[in-house]
Design a protein around this ligand. Structure first.
Ligand SMILES: Cc1cc2nc3c(=O)[nH]c(=O)nc-3n(C[C@H](O)[C@H](O)[C@H](O)COP(=O)(O)OP(=O)(O)OC[C@H]3O[C@@H](n4cnc5c(N)ncnc54)[C@H](O)[C@@H]3O)c2cc1C
Ligand SMILES: *[C@@H]1O[C@H](CO)[C@@H](O)[C@H](O)[C@H]1NC(C)=O
Ligand SMILES: *[C@@H]1O[C@H](CO)[C@@H](O)[C@H](O)[C@H]1NC(C)=O
Length: 607
């Protein structure tokens, strides 16, 4: 009878909860009618992801300018706020683009037709709304190399650091580190608070001579540390949406339209270089809207190059092949795609409940990412393999990503139809050294897990079985590991560099200049992972936010100073310039033999 007394309370709670949830998660305004075609805006931002959300927020902050933010997806699904639930919005859902790579010849053998699944958020917040939330800035040398490649010191670590600080309110244990950490930004960063085996992990690192408990988001060195994550103090995802859009969405000078699929940028009548707006499909109609000042593309590393090409900006020969009249010939559009190929390695069997990871070389510029995962997930969906591990009581599996790979892929158009997905050739392991490096990373992981005293006491050992497709090779041999990688490596979810920043006018190697303006075009910038001159050595969420903050600053300063853009644009010609990016990973003086960068796991699977 106690139960009956409490029933109304339960019902009330249920009712209450639903209402708060509704208010919290449903943002219906972005579904409103299409704006009239004669309504124009100062700025149009395409894509509300990690970078576009920042740009839209900052450009509308002063109230001086009107901003239109166009997003193909809808509001984020409620589950995206809950750590580890967001996976539900990755696979075959309406919150993801569900891309597949082109059939691969050197990787992806374990996927149907050698096509690797490529997740991408399609909602306010973009991939920031369903990513893994590991928050890591990368190495200072990554940015110093950017500055060297693009010959502009504004992009070196010293100069991007204030923006990296501006992004965050940091709550973790290094909070006194104010040279590096921010205290007032929109994104909330902390250390994971559920950290099984943290002590063993750090002790194992120490046994192998690594520094421990270093702040990975200060001056990064190879070390062992608890992961930092973008999770707020209430345990919810802190994302581009929560941090930058939710607080700005009621501004009268910011209009956010969901379900707006942009199909091209438009050039001004009778001018072949000045962009004056965009066309998008929404509510079953095609809408064209003008920007008085600039259009900023933030559609992400797969779709920004697609949009450029659909607008006639790209490799003229390729555009003609698919029936698009080239307008601005920039061969670099879509080229130089980089990602961190990653793989689940293991399982390592433990006699008790425990977790782990490791790698090689230059301790000041780690090239390997290790994350501890629970055992094989029951729904490890993309791989053509059985799940013996699911039967094993205690085990951990590592995620190992190559942090500084050399292989490069390419984005091309499948056709001139804007609703067709782009052709994404990820081209993992094209450079054999990437594969060799990862074999070494496997071996180091085995050494660390099997030979450290801290893990030996759990009897930790690599599972003795073999993956079926590689059963002909000797267990633990290089051949076996290479075969394993070619079958099971997949995306680390960090596509970048497909519309690279470079020296003004260098259309062979770059698409935008160091102000992120598209070469030879007026009124068009790019701000997202596409503009990375080269991939950073860790998860790339943080640099995406940083790029958003930087470009907003550039734009505001320029328009405030009253300059009409731009002065440094040279008309693209097919110049014979040095292939600087082709050598991007081997600049003299920057040895990139590996080293270990360690992640701590989210969860340990409890059976
Ligand atoms: C599953 C997954 C896990 C990840 N885990 C981590 C992690 O743990 N840590 C980390 O640092 N990084 C992680 N990342 C990477 C990180 O989230 C992305 O690199 C980052 O969000 C990229 O930012 P962006 O602005 O370039 O693009 P996105 O955030 O992808 O935003 C692009 C936006 O543009 C929209 N768009 C695209 N085309 C159009 C169009 N034609 N018209 C209108 N809108 C369009 C998209 O819908 C999307 O909202 C992960 C990514 C994924 C997918
Ligand atoms: C907005 O306009 C005011 C008044 O002209 C000016 O003082 C301020 O600097 C402007 N802010 C931005 C960000 O342009
Ligand atoms: C970064 O640029 C600044 C100039 O803006 C310079 O003083 C500094 O030395 C540069 N840092 C590196 C590592 O090159």
């Amino acid at each position: 009878m106690q139960f009956l007394k409490l029933l109304p309370v339960f019902l009330l709670l249920l009712f209450f909860d639903q209402n708060t949830l509704a208010a919290e998660f449903e943002y219906e305004n972005c579904m409103e009618n299409n704006p009239p075609e004669d309504e124009d805006f100062d700025f149009i931002v395409v894509g509300a992801g990690a970078t576009g959300a920042v740009v839209a927020n900052r450009l509308s902050e002063s109230g001086n300018y009107s901003v239109l933010l166009l997003e193909a997806g809808g509001p984020p699904h409620w589950s995206t706020e809950i750590p580890r639930r967001a996976e539900e919005t990755c696979d075959q859902s309406q919150w993801d683009w569900n891309f597949l790579s082109t059939p691969q010849s050197k990787a992806g053998f374990g996927f149907p037709n050698n096509r690797i699944k490529l997740y991408r958020g399609k909602m306010l917040g973009g991939s920031s709304s369903h990513n893994g939330m590991y928050y890591i800035r990368g190495n200072s040398r990554d940015y110093d190399k950017w500055a060297e490649l693009v010959q502009d010191d504004r992009w070196n670590f010293t100069n991007v650091l204030p923006y990296l600080k501006k992004i965050e309110t940091y709550y973790g244990s290094y909070y006194t580190n104010s040279d590096y950490r921010g205290g007032t930004g929109p994104l909330q960063i902390t250390e994971q608070n559920f950290r099984p085996l943290n002590d063993e992990w750090l002790a194992a690192g120490a046994e192998f001579g690594f520094p421990i408990n270093q702040d990975q988001n200060a001056d990064q060195v190879a070390s062992f540390f608890p992961s930092q994550v973008n999770i707020d103090q209430q345990g919810r995802r802190s994302s581009a949406y929560e941090g930058y859009l939710a607080p700005a969405r009621d501004r009268t000078n910011l209009k956010i339209l969901c379900n707006a699929y942009v199909t091209k940028v438009n050039f001004a009548d009778g001018e072949d270089k000045r962009v004056e707006g965009v066309t998008f499909i929404r509510h079953w109609s095609e809408v064209t809207i003008k920007a008085r000042k600039e259009v900023i593309l933030s559609a992400g590393a797969y779709q920004t190059p697609q949009l450029l090409m659909l607008s006639g900006i790209g490799d003229a020969t390729h555009l003609r092949e698919v029936g698009i009249t080239p307008r601005i010939d920039i061969p670099a559009v879509g080229r130089g795609l980089q990602d961190h190929p990653g793989v689940l390695f293991g399982p390592f069997i433990l006699n008790t409940r425990a977790a782990i990871f490791s790698t090689k070389g230059d301790p000041t510029w780690p090239n390997a990412l290790y994350q501890l995962l629970p055992s094989f997930r029951p729904n490890w969906p993309d791989y053509d393999l059985d799940e013996p591990a699911a039967l094993i009581p205690y085990s951990v599996t590592l995620v190992i990503n190559h942090g500084l790979p050399k292989s490069e892929g390419v984005i091309r158009l499948a056709s001139s139809n804007p609703v067709n997905p782009p052709e994404i050739d990820v081209n993992y392991f094209d450079v054999d050294e990437d594969l060799t490096d990862m074999v070494d990373m496997f071996k180091l992981a085995v050494t660390l897990l099997e030979e450290s005293a801290s893990f030996a006491r759990f009897g930790t050992r690599l599972w003795g079985g073999k993956m079926g497709q590689c059963a002909m090779f000797e267990d633990r041999s290089d051949e076996y590991f290479r075969c394993y990688l070619r079958h099971y490596a997949r995306t680390g979810h960090h596509p970048s560099c497909t519309a690279r920043m470079g020296k003004a006018g260098d259309v062979q190697n770059s698409v935008v200049d160091t102000n992120l303006k598209v070469h030879g075009v007026l009124g068009l910038r790019i701000a997202d992972a596409s503009v990375f001159p080269t991939i950073t050595n860790a998860n790339i969420h943080a640099p995406c936010f940083m790029i958003g903050e930087m470009v907003a600053d550039f734009v505001l300063k320029e328009w405030q100073e009253g300059t009409t853009p731009p002065t440094d644009q040279t008309t693209p010609t097919i110049a014979t310039t040095l292939a600087a990016h082709g050598k991007s990973n081997s600049l003299a003086g920057f040895p990139i033999v590996g080293a270990a960068l360690v992640y701590f796991p989210f969860l340990l699977q409890v059976f």
